[in-house]
Write a protein that binds this ligand. Structure first.
Ligand SMILES: *[C@@H]1O[C@H](CO)[C@@H](O)[C@H](O)[C@H]1NC(C)=O
Ligand SMILES: *[C@@H]1O[C@H](CO)[C@@H](O)[C@H](O)[C@H]1NC(C)=O
Length: 365
């Protein structure tokens, strides 16, 4: 069997290992010199370089001696271990004064790939990588800012420990400051991604976001964005936050609560998102996204409008342009549903949009 030592090959293998062998890289001790030698050849992450790992080409059910299996396991072990080594090498090279910006950018892309793994993102933290990323956000080169925001966002995604570390290191303030000041668009996009990842399922950060004027900052971005890409991302992020809180409160009605859940519930109740949304003008802003020509953007807007309905109904009712948009969009999508039916498709995407519009109209009546 040939293994690409490309990043994809390595990660696929690593995943496989973690699943089938329950090897956690952090539980391993020191390696021998030969282990380091293996690391040098397989851990480079250079594209195209191939490493041949010998394997029985025969029937998979063939009997394999225990010694051979043990040897294979030991090899796998080494390869898992190398991930920590790779992280160290990348961070050291990145931090080296001898690295050029181009090199740093490519090192960041390798890091970005690696930190999708929960363990690797935590390794990044204890190796001091968060600090490097935060400094990178301050860089005068916008490409470094963009890439650092990207790595940071990926590292905190679905990773509560890293989310906590990042907020403790002041990441949220830095990111919000960046959103509040003019940046090249690619930077803003990645910073927004990092903020969304930092806030997801993390009520503590959400409260800080609100108390540091996050909704105000986002509303200014929303107003300034003509194309609609940023608008959609912002609205999706707000929608996610609302529904996340609702979901938690709903399960809160369940009598089988445990202490951790109560604590989550308590934390979420401290996030006064809905009231803030109304105060900062979002009941009037989100309807503007319906003016987009993209179906996807409109769908996101409709979902957010429904989620915000409990606090926005009065404003929806007096928003002539929203009511008009709903009527004309409904007509337009009904027509499209008809043509979908003619070509034999039913309950398609357009039907879903019609249902969202219906639901919103029922609430507004
Ligand atoms: C980066 O380099 C500086 C000084 O050269 C050092 O103090 C710091 O610990 C290094 N950080 C990391 C994460 O390697
Ligand atoms: C980034 O810059 C701001 C303002 O100049 C400064 O307050 C902050 O400490 C810097 N952050 C890092 C990590 O260097």
């Amino acid at each position: 069997m040939q293994l690409m030592s490309s990043r994809a090959g390595g990660a696929a293998l690593l995943l496989l290992l973690l699943h089938c062998c329950h090897i956690a890289s952090s539980t391993h001790g020191h390696k021998s010199d030969s282990a380091l030698a293996v690391m040098e050849t397989t851990g480079g992450g250079d594209e195209e370089e191939e490493v041949t790992v010998e394997e029985d080409e025969g029937d998979l059910e063939t009997f394999r001696p225990l010694e051979e299996l043990k040897r294979d396991m030991a090899q796998l072990d080494l390869m898992v271990e190398t991930d920590v080594q790779i992280m160290r090498r990348l961070l050291e090279s990145y931090n080296s004064s001898e690295s050029t910006t181009e090199q740093k950018l490519s090192l960041l892309m390798e890091l970005e790939y690696l930190v999708h793994q929960v363990d690797n993102a935590q390794t990044l933290c204890w190796m001091g990588g968060l600090q490097l990323l935060l400094e990178g956000l301050n860089s005068s080169d916008f490409r470094l800012q963009q890439s650092c925001a990207f790595v940071l966002g990926s590292a905190v995604s679905s990773n509560p420990l890293v989310q906590v570390k990042a907020v403790e290191s002041g990441a949220l303030q830095t990111l919000l400051t960046m959103l509040a000041t003019a940046q090249p668009r690619p930077v803003t996009k990645k910073v927004l991604f990092a903020v969304a990842s930092l806030l997801r399922n993390f009520p503590y950060a959400q409260r800080h976001f609100l108390s540091h004027g996050g909704l105000q900052v986002l509303s200014e971005l929303f107003r300034a964005d003509r194309g609609g890409v940023l608008r959609t991302r912002i609205v999706t992020m707000l929608y996610d936050m609302i529904s996340e809180k609702e979901l938690i409160s709903q399960t809160g009605l369940d009598p089988g609560l445990d202490a951790a859940h109560e604590e989550r519930l308590r934390q979420y109740s401290a996030v006064s998102l809905q009231g803030e949304l109304r105060e900062k003008g979002w009941c009037g802003l989100v309807p503007q996204l319906l003016e987009s020509t993209e179906h996807d953007y409109r769908e996101k807007a409709l979902r957010a409008l429904l989620a915000m309905a409990p606090v926005c109904l009065d404003q929806y009712r007096s928003d002539g342009s929203l009511l008009g948009s709903l009527l004309s969009l409904r007509e337009q999508y009904l027509e499209m549903v008809q043509s979908e039916m003619i070509i034999g498709e039913e309950n398609g995407y357009f039907g879903e949009i019609v249902e969202l519009i219906n639901a919103l109209q029922v609430k507004i009546k």
